[in-house]
Design a protein around this ligand. Structure first.
Ligand code: ING
Length: 305
């Protein structure tokens, strides 16, 4: 009996600064319903899927900054999303800005959760690889202040069983680091899900601008093939508060083939029936137990640079 999980990648178009969470949640619920109608077991939303990507602009006031974060999840504005997922029996991945109190201290993370078909939080992750900068760069056409607004995650890359699949989570820049896929795969991932906010230009590195789409595809296709794992990457796309972001939400098979890709930079759902037995097939090529030599890698990687 083939092990199939039907996955919906729910790309988000731009979210305006002035758009209420309630209105954005309504957009996400509409995608959830569309996915259910198309037989999805799991829906993957994007990074910071409930608001505009506020690291793109300078914020001085702490209260103003905190307003961009979820102080509880689910909270008053997001409970309806969890309730609808439970009613429909659909699991989902949600990227969001998390404000957490740990040992009485306030912390801010770029986070994601995996929600099971009962609407319960089954897994949680906090972004480990934070791009961007701390200082204001007024001469840039936009900022990337993730290193100012978020702390480095303090939760391990891990996998959770939802919809009968071992699912690993990561977020945006994490997808550019080969370790992300390898660690999640060694942790048993059959499917890796992630969201991203990726501008179509890099202010500090204009020479790379023509490669932004290629690097997006390359990172995830390589991660999928070299680890024999399904990869689902979901964009916050379009021109959001003046920042033009790529779309290219895609579902990638363990072969590295892109089996589905978005064709707009708006709210768009792409769906694919992912055969988890492909993971077993490709792992026969990449037999981690038999063919990896970690005892050599560690010595190589631990060499002083
Ligand atoms: N955004 C971008 C990303 O990793 C970036 C930042 C763009 C880094 C291009 C390097 C090159 O897709 C986030 N939010 O990580």
């Amino acid at each position: 009996m083939p092990r199939i999980i039907t996955v919906g990648a729910a790309q988000s178009g731009p979210i305006a600064r002035t758009e209420s969470r309630r209105d954005v949640v309504a957009r996400r619920i509409e995608q959830l319903r569309q996915a259910h109608r198309q037989g999805c077991d799991l829906v993957v939303f994007t990074e910071v899927a409930l608001t505009a990507f506020f690291p793109h602009w300078w914020i001085e006031d702490e209260a103003e900054l905190d307003a961009w974060f979820e102080h509880q999840l689910p909270g008053p504005d997001t409970q309806s999303l969890f309730d609808e997922a439970r009613r429909l029996g659909v699991s989902f991945y949600l990227g969001y800005a998390e404000l957490a109190y740990e040992h009485g201290q306030k912390h801010r993370y770029n986070s994601s959760v995996l929600i099971d078909s009962q609407g319960q939080i089954a897994g949680k992750y906090r972004k480990l690889h934070l791009p961007g900068h701390v200082e204001h760069r007024p001469h840039n056409p936009f900022q990337n202040l993730e290193q100012r607004y978020f702390e480095i995650g303090n939760l391990p890359l891990s996998t959770t069983n939802v919809c009968g699949a071992q699912v690993g989570m990561c977020i945006c820049n994490d997808r550019r680091w080969p370790e992300t896929y390898r660690v999640l795969t060694l942790a048993g991932a059959e499917l890796i899900v992630l969201g991203y906010n990726t501008p179509d230009q890099i202010p500090e590195h204009p020479a790379m601008n023509h490669l932004v789409d290629f690097h997006n595809r390359l990172s995830m296709q390589a991660g999928a093939y070299q680890n024999g794992v399904w990869v689902v990457g979901v964009a916050k796309a379009g021109v959001e508060e003046g920042v033009s972001q790529i779309g290219q939400s895609m579902i990638i098979a363990p072969s590295g083939e892109v089996v589905a890709m978005s064709s707009t930079r708006e709210d768009e759902l792409i769906v694919y029936r992912c055969d988890l037995d492909m993971v077993t097939y490709y792992r026969s090529l990449f037999n981690f137990a038999k063919n990896r030599r970690p005892e050599f890698y560690e010595s190589l990687t631990n060499r002083p640079s």
